[in-house]
Design a protein around this ligand. Structure first.
Ligand SMILES: [Zn+2]
Length: 308
């Protein structure tokens, strides 16, 4: 089976900031110069009811009415973008759980979004929406791996909120090069901020620190590129380091038989680093997922339901 990578032209808002603009550039790259074993698929928009189980229903309705959220200046295009792109995360989650192996969406994880407000370019937290959907369809243990340059404090707060309301089973491991949106580690939810020189060893330690990875039903990977030294990150995190990071993540997942749904995250263009340069970095995630998948025997990564 090919690795499904979800994308809809509705994800991308013309003239939008990188968070809502770059997905089309990555998609064009994947259609113009395709990667063996990867296919682009169109997702359905997310169900509003699912959003309202993660976020405050009043906040959800205000975003849908165009009154709240990041990028409201783009009006209905933005609302369509957020429904399509969150739907893409859900589609990747459903595919990885149903078929095993890897799946992705060219939309962003949006890990700063809180229960009832937007933050740091993030309106709805697709990572947690995806994790809750995974629990709905039978997963018991979902691990969010967040290697965006910034900490995923929004995700951590939503996991805590769900725990308080009796919904368990979502964990997070977070390695960042910026203390933005930092939060204290607690059992099952850990955050570490490191310098560029320590980045790769921290990634390896974070993966090694995961307890009993064989019992994880699904990994949701927030594959931010803003740790890269030219894309907003830390000196020493170059393209080779990023490729090694992606390779380690997918090899770790394959070794432990964990299906992975990955999404884009940060990665910002500038006068010296174009959106095409950013897209080339995001392409590395797809390339490494395809490379690792091609080295696995067909039955290596099994659907979660088969282990129930
Ligand atoms: Zn970031």
């Amino acid at each position: 089976m090919k690795i499904p990578v979800y994308f809809s032209s509705a994800y991308s808002v013309d003239g939008g900031f990188d968070t809502v603009g770059k997905s089309a550039v990555v998609a064009h790259s994947l259609s113009d110069d395709s990667i063996d074993g990867v296919e682009l698929l169109e997702p359905r928009p997310v169900h509003i009811e699912l959003l309202e189980r993660v976020h405050d229903p009043d906040y959800v309705q205000q975003v849908l009415a165009g009154r709240r959220g990041q990028f409201t200046e783009h009006g209905t295009d933005f609302v369509a973008s957020i429904l399509a792109s969150t739907g893409g995360v859900v589609a990747a989650v459903e595919s990885a759980l149903a078929h095993g192996g890897f799946a992705g969406s060219l939309s962003s994880g949006l890990h700063h979004a809180r229960y009832d407000h937007d933050s740091g370019y993030c309106t709805f937290n697709g990572l947690v929406v995806g994790a809750v959907r995974a629990l709905d369809v039978g997963a018991r243990r979902v691990l969010i791996i967040d290697f965006d340059a910034h900490c995923g404090g929004g995700t951590a707060s939503l996991i805590e909120r769900l725990n308080d309301s009796g919904v368990g089973g979502i964990e997070q491991v977070d390695v960042s090069v910026s203390s933005f949106d930092n939060y204290p580690s607690r059992p099952g939810v850990t955050c570490r901020v490191v310098g560029g020189g320590d980045y790769l060893s921290a990634i390896v330690e974070a993966l090694d620190s995961v307890i009993d990875p064989e019992s994880i039903d699904l990994v949701i990977y927030n594959a931010g590129m803003d740790a890269h030294e030219n894309a907003g990150g830390a000196m020493g995190v170059n393209t080779d380091v990023i490729r090694e990071r992606e390779s380690r993540v997918f090899e770790w997942a394959a070794r432990h038989d964990c299906p992975v749904a990955w999404v884009l995250a940060g990665g910002y263009s500038s006068a010296r680093f174009t959106v095409n340069d950013v897209a080339r970095l995001h392409r590395i995630t797809v390339e490494e997922a395809a490379r690792v998948a091609s080295t696995q025997p067909k039955s290596m990564i099994t659907p979660a339901s088969a282990t129930d």
